[in-house]
Design a protein around this ligand. Structure first.
Ligand code: PMP
Length: 385
């Protein structure tokens, strides 16, 4: 009975071309090896190419020995899991961002699904961009605040919503990503900061998951690039992408940090990150700030790809470039075509993206050569959708 219910649901997902399976792949440097075939990996978020950097890993391992690190913290942060590595990393982040405080979480999903439910209550209004990441959507769902989703990057609508509502709520939270994960376009941080500053009760929450490591002279994100490091109340970023590690951070005031330590469920009720991961994060972070040459190169090849192919009529302004095919089936076919030609690009389908906008999400990294980009352009142009 139960099984037939799930089979029916799965048949319906399959009929729409949206069935997902967990692909078993082997990574080797910047390649994916599948069924014996080597393909350039353009589906990961290793934007600076650090996850595939063997020399970097060797350097890190030469500093650690089994006696000096642990693979587990064995407890939550409020019990015995709050190792000295947390304190080191949070101080390192606060120093870099020139902020009062930083708070580290197990993942971006933990951060986004936990911060809003902790800080926004039924006296609050959340105004969130229509395309924010699922982890933020889940955080909004778990909070007791009212939420209105404004049209993607539509600040006229946002302005109207602020002016209509700011007297009716104790706090309003404007929530956005800086570089959007599926379209690679950007929010207008200057405009958002300007809007927020018009009201005394408006907080700005920005997720820099796809900009951290990639934007700004020191890689701190669009907030550094556009000189708004001190204008964002909740500045979130993740370590699992350009930083080649795991976890996430929030840059905030001392009060907000302390408040979250007391109220945020995904911070309180989970086992802390293993010290070895925190050490690796700190190690890579120290190096990442000096990798501006990689950021400049990534921006160069991203522009090259965007300019050289007519098919990618996207709004992308970054290293994330969608190849929108429309139907789920066409995205699957395009993915198979490009895999046959040596590019590991996976289909992204609903519910990850809106119906009718299935795509390949091309995610460039600083280890791609110009020759590989040229070859990709040729194959995108010959790919029938
Ligand atoms: N925010 C955004 C914008 C993301 O794209 C993602 C994951 N891709 C997350 C948060 C979640 O981060 P994590 O993978 O560290 O859970």
């Amino acid at each position: 009975m139960t099984n037939s219910y799930f089979s029916k649901q799965l048949s319906s997902i399959t009929e729409k071309g949206n069935l997902r399976i967990l692909p078993t792949v082997k990574e080797c440097g910047y390649e994916i090896i599948k069924d014996g075939k080597h393909m350039l990996n353009l589906s990961s978020n290793d934007y600076l190419g650090l996850a595939g950097d063997t020399a970097l890993k060797e350097e890190f391992l030469s500093h650690v020995s089994p006696g000096k690190f642990s693979f587990t913290s064995s407890s939550s942060r409020l019990l015995t899991g709050n190792s000295g590595e947390y304190d080191y990393l949070e101080k390192q982040l606060a120093r870099l961002f020139d902020s009062e405080a930083a708070l580290v979480f197990n993942s971006g999903y933990h951060a986004n699904s936990g911060i809003l439910p902790a800080v926004a209550d039924h006296h609050s209004l959340i105004l969130a961009d229509k395309l924010v990441h699922a982890s933020i959507v889940d955080g909004i769902g778990l909070s007791r605040a009212r939420c209105i989703r404004f049209r993607h990057n539509n600040y006229e609508q946002l302005e109207r919503l602020l002016s209509e509502n700011h007297r009716n709520y104790e706090h309003i939270f404007i929530v956005t990503e800086s570089i959007f994960s599926m379209d690679g376009d950007e929010c207008d941080l200057n405009r958002l900061v300007e809007l927020k500053k018009q009201y005394g009760n408006v907080f700005l929450y920005v997720d820099e998951a796809h900009a951290f490591g990639v934007r700004g002279e020191r890689g701190l994100g669009c907030s550094e690039q556009y000189d708004h490091l001190h204008d964002i109340d909740f500045l979130v970023g993740t370590f699992g992408k350009a930083l080649a590690s795991i976890g996430a951070y929030l840059i905030c005031s001392k009060e907000i940090k302390s408040y979250l330590v007391n109220t945020m469920r995904p911070l309180i009720f989970t086992t802390a990150l293993p010290p070895v991961n925190l050490q690796w994060t700190s190690f890579v972070l120290n190096k990442m700030v000096y990798m501006n040459d990689k950021r400049i190169y990534l921006s160069h090849i991203s522009r090259l790809l965007r300019e050289k192919t007519d098919k990618l009529k996207s709004n992308s302004k970054s290293h994330i470039i969608p190849f929108i095919t429309g139907t789920a089936d066409s995205a699957v076919n395009a993915s198979l075509y490009l895999q046959r030609h040596g590019f590991y690009l996976l289909p992204v389908r609903p519910p990850t993206v809106p119906e009718g906008t299935s795509r390949l999400r091309i995610s460039l990294h600083a280890a791609c050569t110009e020759e590989q980009i040229e070859r990709l352009v040729i194959n995108l142009n010959t790919c029938k959708i």
